[in-house]
Design a protein around this ligand. Structure first.
Ligand code: ADP
Ligand code: ADP
Ligand code: MG
Length: 666
């Protein structure tokens, strides 16, 4: 076995590999980009080497540089994780030439599967079933169109070099073929530098079922059962499970054997995944083989009790597979939910931003979280927007699903927009619970999975008010303790300072609506006038944005996360955002932001009301940003003259970017 391994990746997969290495007593070398200097994977490894600036092609994709680091640090092997260099045959070969073990298949096996077309030809020879289609070398439009006619519409055009759902177009009618072919070619050459395509039958209501295979260097190959990854958006997986719902033992064996045959046909060594597309009646066809560890491998680990990274390390070190086929047993059921910074409301486009608050469910043998980020980290445009993988296990599918729903309720992320609410809706969907999965699931149930935004409930408003008042009281108490005279009435906020009828009104903006809540101070509690009636509220603030509340005698715990005037209330698995316009809060906000005219979050400049040379007065509105669907006004922090304005209307800004500068007047 190796003593020292370099992990050529970042994020959750680098962390996950490091943990297995640590358990096995293998020292780890991390590599990192400038953007990742404080990343979790850097801390988890025994040493970490800077390899370049943020963009992946200048850091994580620099194979030569990474091999140099391996040589200098004394690492004997490189684990590529997934993505980046994991399916790069040139890199695998360069490792070999440098005398370093590439923890993955031989370069020739990566090459054989690198082209979907070539892979299909090999699979056809190995007797693995294929989707009816054309994967030949002749790329003339007329030849491809004739193939489509022969196959029968609808057809799917795929980039041969494809991956990640790119360069893939469905065509329903012959008259659209030329246009879609041109589009697929454009996407393919932009993404992969190769515009070759294949054409195949587009299956209606299929399932994506894949088989985990493993082979060693001494002639053994096994499969570790299947995963169902049918729940996808934009041809990309979001929720995976093992075993596949409704799978029969006979079909499992048949698919498992086909997958092992596929691996053997290319002299495979290490972990691989053979992806099949399955018809509603159970017939299945080879789609592609991914020659690496896959994002969703933990569901397989949960149902087999095996550590696939440990298997990879052993096999790469020359040892035989730890188990034979007959010793592998499938137990219970597992789900993986991918928590992404993305906006389900906006076609699942990736989101960015700082993670202001991160609270995760308790983990144990039945709940596992693989993540590479921590609270305070930035989800940037440079890398994959996945925040974490939540993996759960149960005795059977319904037990596992219940656990998934529960764990998702406890998964709180505030900052970038995420898909957590969407995942919760998915996990709670009756059709999903019934196992009616297919690749069109999300499209088909879109309306129920992406619910309309509802107005803030009384409970949400009560929690928001309570958190604000408790915080104001706490800050006043702090100030009193720090000042010389803790008994001064000016530090006393009960009833909000000399307000003789002891009440105060908070104004919230709730998705375009204005809501006001008046609170009356009473000894020991606040009496809140909420839209639905009066509520007696009391509580205490805890650490990490937690609040313990008592609302009319009902006790509950929630999180209220504050970022300037923005409040995010997380309670019972629901997330609600409010903007608080309160003289008390806003006043404090100005104190905090004094002197800084930087963007509080990434967004778009939607208006600029001043120009260079203008004289402005403190508090004057200068610029309006739109971020996360909310408008944010940038106000002058002082009287003065605008020195320069760095952004115009319509421009994008990153968090922390200097928007403009004011020269203060004395
Ligand atoms: P598939 O969808 O075919 O199963 P995976 O789900 O295993 O593939 O995802 C692999 C993809 O994830 C890669 O092709 C790449 O686009 C992306 N990716 C992988 N690694 C990272 C990483 N560390 N950081 C980011 N992105 C990665
Ligand atoms: P990638 O390399 O992007 O992972 P795949 O060939 O694995 O590409 O296909 C990705 C997804 O596209 C599949 O999981 C499936 O949902 C859909 N898909 C692929 N081939 C077909 C097909 N012939 N008919 C219908 N859907 C398909
Ligand atoms: Mg695929």
């Amino acid at each position: 076995m190796f003593d020292k391994v370099l992990i050529a990746n970042r994020g959750e997969i680098a962390c996950r590999v490091a943990l297995t290495c640590r358990r096995l007593g293998i020292r780890t070398v991390a590599v990192y980009s400038e953007a990742d200097a404080h990343a979790r994977h850097v801390d988890l490894c025994d040493e970490a080497w800077l390899i370049g600036p943020a963009p992946a092609r200048e850091s994580y994709l620099r194979g030569g540089r990474i091999i140099d680091v391996a040589l200098h640090s004394g690492a004997q092997a490189i684990h590529p994780g997934y993505g980046f260099l994991s399916e790069n045959a040139g890199f695998a070969r360069a490792c070999e030439e440098a005398g370093i073990v590439f923890i993955g298949p031989p370069a020739a096996a990566i090459e054989a599967m690198g082209s979907k077309s070539a892979a299909k030809a090999i699979m056809a020879d190995a007797g693995v079933p294929l989707v009816p289609g054309y994967h030949g070398a002749d790329q003339e439009e007329s030849r491809l169109a004739a193939a489509a006619d022969e196959i029968g519409y609808p057809v799917l055009i795929k980039a041969s070099a494809g991956g990640g759902g790119k360069g893939m177009r469905r065509v329903d009618r012959p008259e659209d073929f030329a246009r879609e072919l041109a589009a697929a070619r454009r996407e393919a050459s932009a993404s992969f530098g190769d515009d070759r395509v294949l054409v195949e039958k587009y299956l209606l209501h299929p399932r994506h079922i894949e088989v985990q295979v493993f082979a060693d260097g001494v002639g053994n190959a096994v499969h570790l059962f299947e995963r169902d990854c049918s729940v996808q958006r934009r041809h990309q997986k979001v929720l995976e499970e093992a075993p596949a719902p409704g799978m029969t033992e006979a079909r499992r064996n048949e698919m498992g054997q086909a997958a092992v045959r596929a691996a053997q046909a290319i002299g495979y060594v290490g972990a691989g995944t053979v992806e099949f597309i399955a018809e509603p009646d159970g017939r299945f066809y080879f789609m592609e083989m991914n020659t690496r560890l896959q994002v969703e491998h933990p569901v397989t680990e949960m149902i087999t009790g095996e550590d696939l990274v440990e298997w990879q390390l052993r096999v790469a070190a020359g040892a035989p597979l730890p188990r034979e086929q007959s010793a592998l047993e499938l137990q219970g059921h597992a789900f993986e939910a991918r928590i992404y910074a993305e906006d389900p409301d906006n076609d699942f486009l990736p989101a960015t931003g700082r993670i202001r608050h991160l609270r995760t469910p308790e983990t144990g043998s039945d709940v596992r979280i693989d993540t590479g980020v921590r609270e305070g980290d930035e989800v940037s445009v440079h890398y994959d927007p996945m925040i974490a993988k939540l993996v759960v296990w149960g005795d059977d599918r319904s037990a596992a699903l219940r656990r998934l729903r529960h764990a998702l309720t406890d998964f709180e992320v505030v900052g970038p927009t995420t898909n957590t609410a969407f995942l919760k809706a998915l996990a709670a969907h009756p059709a999903f619970a019934a196992g009616e999965v297919e690749t069109g699931f999300i499209e088909q149930h879109r309306d129920t999975l992406i619910p309309e935004r509802e107005p803030a409930s009384d409970r949400v408003l009560a929690l928001a008010c309570l958190a604000e008042f408790l915080r104001i009281d706490e800050e006043a108490a702090d100030r009193a303790a720090r000042s010389g005279d803790p008994y001064s009435p000016w530090h006393h906020t009960t009833g909000w300072v000399l307000n003789d009828d002891n009440h105060h009104t908070l104004h919230f903006r709730d998705d375009g609506r204005d809501v006001a809540v008046t609170a009356h101070y009473r000894p020991g509690h606040y009496l809140l006038e909420l839209p639905g009636g009066e509520t007696r509220a009391r509580g205490t603030l805890g650490r990490e944005d937690r609040i313990q509340a008592d609302l009319d005698g009902v006790r509950l715990t929630a999180s209220v996360v504050r970022d300037g005037p923005h409040l995010t209330i997380l309670c019972d698995g629901h997330v609600h955002e409010l903007v608080c316009h309160d003289p008390l809060t806003v006043g404090m906000e100005d104190e905090v932001r004094e002197g800084s005219l930087t963007a509080p979050m990434p967004g778009t400049v939607i208006s600029v009301t001043i120009a260079e040379g203008d004289t402005v007065t403190e508090g004057q509105a200068l610029m309006v940003l739109e971020a996360m669907k909310m408008e944010y006004t940038i106000k002058a922090t002082t009287d003065g003259v605008i020195e320069h304005v760095n952004f115009a209307e319509g421009e994008q800004v990153t968090e922390g970017a200097e928007l403009l500068a004011i020269r203060a007047e004395d």
